[in-house]
Ligand binder design. Sequence first.
Ligand code: FAD
Length: 303
Amino acid sequence: MPLLRDVFIALSENDALNDASKKVGLKFGANKVVGGITVEETIERIKDINAQGMSVSFDNLGEFITERSDALEEKKLILEMIQAIGDNDVDASASIKLTQIGLHIDYDFCLENVREIVQAAKAQGMFVNIDMENQDSYDDTIRIVDTLIEEFDNVGTVLQSYLFTAKDDVYKYKDNRIRFVKGAYKESPQVALQEKPDIDKALELLIRLHLTNGSGFTSIATHDHNIIEKIIEFIKENDIPNDQFEFQMLFGFRKELQKELVERGYNVCVYIPFGSDWYAYFMRRLAERPQNINLVIKSITKS
Ligand code: FAD
């Protein structure tokens, strides 16, 4: 459904709708894929997910921020969430997008912000994942990740299988906790694979390499059941213990598959986005899988 995908992408980029959505609560079924607007609401969702035998990684929605004051507000909210996770004793880690806390404003400003976050998380015994964004942010993100890895033991990052650099990075980060994904951004053929079968094959290869090289924990972040089953076969063949890896999926997606993996004894972590900047995220999820339009239809027909 390429046409529908383009419509949702255009809607996700509409400034007026993005601004308007911040003034209202979660609408159109967005509550099925977004944990909440506030820290308190999201903590309740995290408790529900923990009760189903899964851990959580939270993501404060919003990226590509250009004002220092906005970046500081976002950092404050992340610190509040880390504190609330500690206070409520729930099982959750943090996922951080560096462009939300200043990467496109000033490198050192961003580094100071993320340092404070990693330090606060460490005090709660919490892991912090530095999400990987678009290619323009890649070099600075890697520089910051490398600095943080030198200073802290509770930080890791993401490798995107579509990037040509991913194979070198998997060796570089063999002893670090890494999330593996296909990659969510539109990148040029100069830097990234373009065909889905190639990206899928690369994802499988990277995960196998990380599982069998070094001591780093492997987070397998995909909703693709074919890849998940192939990796499970590989894990069994190579006697890889269950505490060396986890499966990660987005909140509200493939809930049956999440449940099934828990029942089969595997660790599952749910990535839960929260915050007032829910609209663009929701539209991008609809663009990725237009079948999710059912969420919107159900929510409208119910009200
Ligand atoms: P797809 O290629 O979307 O789907 C493969 C197949 O799986 C489909 O053909 C279908 O058969 C099945 N399928 C998928 N979804 C569903 C569904 N909802 N219901 C039924 N069947 C389904 N990207 C980044 O660039 N940087 C990041 O830091 C990052 N972090 C992420 C964290 C998590 C936890 C996850 C899950 C994804 C993250 N991503 C990130 C996004 C990722 O790069 C992909 O864009 C996204 O996950 C879609 O690819 P996929 O592997 O899930 O499978």
